[in-house]
Every structure is written in C-alpha cells, then in structure tokens.
Design a protein around this ligand. Structure first.
Ligand SMILES: [Zn+2]
Length: 120
C-alpha cells in the first residue's frame, strides 16, 4: 500500500517580514487541509485552553493569597487597604507601615493553616 505524504498547510512567520510554509509533513487533516502535529488547529486550541486554565488557576491562587494577606494584615493591626502585586510579593501602598509579604512564604503559611483548601 502506497503512503501518501501531505505537506503541512501552516504558514510560519519568521523574524522580520519573512514567512514560509511549514516544511513538516501533514499528519492530520482538518477541513480539507493537512497540518503537522505542531500546527494542527485543534492542538493549538487545546494548548491555548490549557494555558488559559493555568492562568485562571494562578489568578485564583493569587486572589486567595491576597485575601489571606489582607486578613493577616488586619490581624496584625496594619491599616492596609490597598495592595499591589509586584513580582512575587504583595505590598501595601503608602509611605508608612509598609507591608511586604513574599508570595511563596505566604502560600506556605496559608497551606500550613489549611486555608487554601477552601479554593482548591
Ligand atoms: Zn506545520
């Protein structure tokens, strides 16, 4: 039985203005066009959905940590009303009574107190 080889249909955008057709063989057919594994529109969509989901999970974790940070600040009697994320730290705005909490340290603290279990 003869094996028919198809070229991948994707156009690859290189640096600057150059673009060319992908030189890998097509292994999957979508709507009459062939694509290699990397350029399979379904696979691209799945990868994007997965990265969106990871982003949402991270956002949810950050929100939970921020909530914990505010709660902890209140407990410590700090007048912390506004926070911002900077790198992996959570900081209180304002010139005095600055509160800087390392996200990883706070996450460890929160996990030790089993407070993240509510959002998992
Ligand atoms: Zn391709």
């Amino acid at each position: 039985m003869a094996v028919r080889l198809h070229d991948c249909s994707a156009t690859v955008f290189g640096p600057r203005v150059h673009s060319w057709q992908c030189n890998r063989h097509g292994v999957i057919e979508r709507d009459g066009k062939w694509y290699c594994r990397q350029h399979d529109p379904e696979a691209i969509k799945n990868r994007r959905d997965e990265s969106n989901q990871q982003w949402r999970n991270k956002q949810r974790r950050d929100d939970a940590i921020e909530t914990e940070g505010k709660r902890l600040a209140r407990r410590l009697g700090l007048k912390a009303t506004t926070y911002w994320h900077h790198g992996s730290t959570l900081s209180k705005s304002g010139p005095s009574r600055a509160l800087v909490i390392d996200f990883d340290e706070l996450a460890k603290w929160a996990e030790n107190h089993k407070r993240l279990s509510e959002v998992e």
